[in-house]
Design a protein. Structure first.
Length: 545
């Protein structure tokens, strides 16, 4: 993007030729220029590529996949993760297309301001803050429990304190420090997954001494699906399969984070779309193939799958290794899952703090959150979000497992709401382009399969959200905690949206008022430097090239 002074001149010249009267453009004039000066573009192409490549691989895949297998059976779990992966890809290409044109911190909440309604920007932004506030305690508690795998003589409160301090400290340092850490964590996770896939194939194909060849034995016995809650017949099997969608959605949460720090990404119009285009293959390679291997080596009726140990002992890979007599895997798994939990906390802190910064930029949060330290980090945003990690101490009570599950389920539902809103914002943007006669080929990047990908993702995630707590409506299965965790965020997002709308009297941005051409002009006048072709050994860096 251009310098603040140049952008102001560009806006004045552009505004004289186009009658753009929306309030959002006024906000652009006042605030967007500040980001170039205050925030530092320290995330390089390899950082964004690797964050997108493995940034969402964490406890949801390593630990949560066991629950999906136990409730849906091998075929149910495999299809659940596969279909959810398709839906998630639709969200990613949607937000990447908008962010390539509007590379601002906070991404979707800023785009909601310009393409839908300031009230939606306010609601989505604070819903994102709420998601972080209930998600961090769950992740940080998971990290503390993972440490407890090696020692039980120290209170979990000590590990919670240490992990929280480390996360806040890292996010106060230059953004490149975060990028390098995530790059390293991503490499560890990728190496672990490749190793686990190889191990799973060896176990399945009879490559372990003294173990028979399994093949598709567990797909036949105990069977491809599970009778959920003991409900007989086709209905029970279908409900088990449907339940896996909620587990898969939690595992994929954060995949849209590639756009959250757009203003701190070098050449965002090139690097963010490049990461988005590879999401589908990454999902297929890591999540779907991993789940497929899990279904081959662990029976869905294994009692260990539902043991709520919270550490590596409940991972289906550890269960498979134990069944095969391999003893070193649990410790390796626990170590890498611990780095994954910390990585998830780092990513969540970066995303949430930038959302809060974006809210402040739009006037939806106090202006003091715009203050940055000498490294270009919005330190007050980091401090505010970090303070909610103290909620993790609630899990030290006798009801720790209940509190932990609550935080996790609330976070999962809020993620589904966020993905649905991203699709709504994109569809408004898409039809705004059409109404203004803009050929999408003129945009910095036009995502494939649109608008169908956004429509399918919106319909799918809305359906999963509305049916997320279906089990409580089955006779004899009512559970107040489950009902609240599954549906609390729906009235919350509507209350925030309509409350702000009534107080501020905001209006839905019309297609004519959308500042699409304004940002296209900025992109044209400020082209990013062309990519340099890779030479020598750098051509081998297929993971981030």
């Amino acid at each position: 993007m251009s310098s603040p002074a140049n952008e102001k001149d560009e806006h004045s010249a552009f505004g004289s030729n186009h009658d753009i009267e929306s309030a959002s453009v006024h906000i652009i004039q006042e605030d967007v220029f500040v980001e170039e000066k205050d925030l530092r573009r320290g995330l390089k192409q390899r950082h964004i590529q690797m964050i997108a490549f493995a940034g969402t691989i964490g406890t949801g895949l390593f630990l949560g996949s066991g629950r999906a297998l136990a409730t849906g059976g091998p075929v149910g779990a495999f299809l659940g993760y596969l279909f959810t992966g398709f839906l998630v890809s639709g969200v990613v290409i949607s937000i990447a297309e908008m962010t390539a044109l509007v590379p601002l911190t906070g991404s979707a909440i800023r785009q909601a301001e310009y393409f839908v309604d300031p009230a939606l920007s306010f609601a989505q932004g604070w819903n994102g803050i709420y998601t972080a506030c209930v998600g961090f305690p769950a992740e940080i508690t998971a990290g503390a429990i993972l440490v407890e795998f090696w020692t039980t003589s120290v209170s979990n409160g000590v590990w919670i304190t240490i992990l929280a301090f480390l996360v806040i400290s890292v996010n106060m340092l230059p953004i490149r420090v975060y990028g390098e850490l995530e790059f390293g964590f991503s490499m560890l996770k990728i190496l672990l997954i490749v190793g686990l896939i190889i191990m799973g194939l060896c176990i399945d194909l009879g490559g372990v001494s003294g173990q028979p060849r399994l093949g598709f034995q567990y797909w036949r016995n105990p069977g491809p699906f599970v009778q959920y809650l003991g409900i007989p017949g086709t209905l029970g099997r279908f409900l088990g399969f449907w339940k896996t969608f909620s587990n898969a959605a939690y595992a994929y949460s954060g995949v849209d984070g590639i756009a959250g720090a757009a203003a701190e990404t070098q050449n965002p119009r090139q690097n963010i779309p490049k990461a988005a285009k590879r999401i589908f293959w990454r999902v297929l390679m890591f999540y779907v193939v991993t789940i497929f291997i899990v279904t081959l080596i662990v029976p869905s009726n294994s009692k260990d799958l539902l043991r709520a140990t919270g550490n590596a002992a409940q991972s289906p890979f550890v269960i498979a290794a134990s069944l095969a007599g391999i003893k070193v895997v649990p410790h390796i798994m626990n170590a890498v899952i611990l780095t994954s939990a910390w990585s998830a906390l780092n990513s969540g802190m970066l995303g949430a703090s930038r959302v809060l910064y974006g809210l402040a930029s739009e006037g939806h949060a106090p202006r003091f959150f715009l203050k940055t330290n000498r490294f270009g980090i919005p330190y007050l945003c980091v401090a505010f979000i970090g303070s909610f990690m103290a909620l993790a101490y609630m899990t030290l009570s006798t009801n720790a497992s209940t509190v932990f599950t609550w935080f996790q389920d609330l976070s999962s539902a809020a993620t589904l709401v966020n993905w649905s809103i991203i699709c709504i914002v994109y569809l408004r943007f898409y039809y705004g382009c059409k109404h203004q006669g803009i050929d999408r080929k003129e945009l910095p990047w036009a995502g494939p399969f649109q608008p169908y990908a956004a429509w399918v993702a919106l319909s799918g995630f809305a359906l999963i959200l509305l049916t997320g707590g279906f089990s409580v409506f089955i006779h004899g299965q009512w559970n107040t905690e489950t009902f609240i965790a599954a549906y609390f965020d729906i009235p919350l997002i509507f209350a925030i949206y309509f409350g702000y709308k009534l107080v501020k009297r905001t209006k839905i941005v019309s297609y004519e008022e959308m500042p699409i051409r304004y940002y296209m002009e900025i992109a044209r006048q400020n082209p990013e430097p062309p990519e340099k072709p890779l030479k020598g050994w750098k051509r081998l860096a297929i993971l981030w090239s």
